[in-house]
Design a protein around this ligand. Structure first.
Ligand code: SAH
Ligand code: SF4
Length: 366
């Protein structure tokens, strides 16, 4: 007998189609979709405005199955990190970052990452597989439920999503786009395109496709002012060098919800953090409406990179600001539980090198 259909895998259009196959009307699909995503209900018996016969039919054929929580850690600063079980030794991580005016969820798109950026702990672990829609949206579904439980008064704890967890979202294009469509759907989470940000290392053809399909806010991991440095730390630069990448960014702006692209720039001591690099970056970005987000490097065991001193980060920022480029320094959140950018390690059974990588992890201190 085939397994039950996981309704978390469906966009509203997909669910409507599946309901049609079951002989059910489109508005029923909409009702169920709202129960699942707006109210966070996974138990059909609790969907009280559905006919009993439909509830029974759903119970027999369908389920709402998000990845199971393996662990949950809370940081001193309120950040929450979950490790989710995604089968056969694999785990992915999701991070919630509360701020005064918003709650941001950092969502993973793949188990590991194949792109091998030298400063990234996910990249160092290798790659196992793409996540399915139910596993991507499931992170949001579970986070909202858990956060509501923890803080009973808050109806919608997650107000923003950043696709900045483990993985390269544009290399899992279909499921990531469907997942973001659910995040944007007014019958589900109703987030605006400005509140959903996709971060990419620069998979140029897919940036172009994203523009056509679902132009959400875009963040691009640039991390270097020139191709020589970028290729050294990001192998993808050999396929899509900076000029090609920036051209795709400018083109994306025609459809983007904001009138600039955010460029992420991780400050690596002695690699890309000198004042001359800042000046070169200004020249490189000329003609591309940009905001630069300087990210302090978050160390992980045996990374081989060092952290730029704070006053050097500020000097770098000042040079950008003086040249008229908006530049911010990202606040590091949740580093006491290894939840900061680039520290997400999860558990990845690496299939690239056809052997399991046992990754040394610091014990969470929360
Ligand atoms: N694959 C996508 C999204 C996930 S990484 C991308 O590369 O954009 C999210 C962000 O964290 C990226 O900008 C990435 O370059 C950055 N990052 C990776 N490792 C880091 C580290 N050790 N310290 C700080 N930022 C890091
Ligand atoms: Fe993959 Fe992004 Fe890490 Fe690079 S920085 S290895 S693209 S997750």
């Amino acid at each position: 007998m085939p397994g039950k259909t996981n309704l978390l895998d469906f966009t509203l259009a997909g669910l409507t189609e599946w309901f049609a196959l079951m002989g059910e009307k489109p508005f029923r699909a909409k009702q169920v979709f709202r129960w699942i995503h707006q109210r966070g209900v996974g138990d059909f018996a609790a969907m009280t405005d559905l006919a009993k016969s439909l509830r029974e039919k759903l119970e027999a054929t369908a389920e709402v199955r998000a990845p199971a929580i393996l662990s949950e850690h809370r940081s001193a600063d309120g950040t929450v990190k979950w490790l989710f079980d995604v089968g056969i030794g694999n785990g992915i991580e999701t991070v919630f970052i509360p701020e005064e005016d918003r709650g941001t969820l950092c969502v993973s798109s793949q188990v590991g990452c194949a792109l091998d950026c030298k400063f990234c702990s996910t990249g160092r672990q290798g790659f196992n597989r793409d996540l399915a829609v139910a596993e991507i949206v499931g992170q949001l579904w579970v986070a909202n439920r858990r956060l509501r439980e923890a803080d009973a008064g808050v109806e919608r704890p997650v107000t923003n999503v950043v696709m900045m967890g483990m993985g390269e979202p544009l290399n899992n294009f279909g499921p990531v786009v469907d997942s973001m469509a659910i995040m944007l759907d007014d019958h589900a989470y109703g987030l605006s395109r400005r509140r959903v940000t996709l971060s990419t290392s620069g998979v140029v053809p897919h940036i172009r496709k994203l523009k056509e399909r679902l132009p959400v806010a875009l963040a691009v991991s640039l991390h270097a002012p020139n191709d020589a440095i970028r290729s050294r730390i990001m192998p993808i630069n050999d396929a899509y060098p900076i000029s090609t990448l920036l051209e795709a960014c400018r083109d994306y702006l025609e459809a983007a919800p904001r009138d600039f692209i955010t460029f992420e720039y991780v400050m690596l001591e002695g690699v890309n953090d000198a004042p001359d690099h800042a000046r070169e970056l200004v020249r490189t970005l000329e003609g591309t409406p940009a905001k630069v987000n300087l990210i302090p490097f978050n160390p992980f065991p045996e990374s081989g990179f060092g952290k730029t001193a704070p006053d050097r980060v500020r000097l770098f920022q000042r040079i950008l600001l003086d040249a008229g480029i908006i530049a911010t320094v990202r606040k590091t959140r949740g580093d006491d539980i290894d939840a900061a950018c680039g520290q997400l390690a999860g558990q990845v059974v690496n299939r690239m090198k056809r052997k399991a990588v046992h990754f040394q992890r610091r014990e969470a201190r929360s």
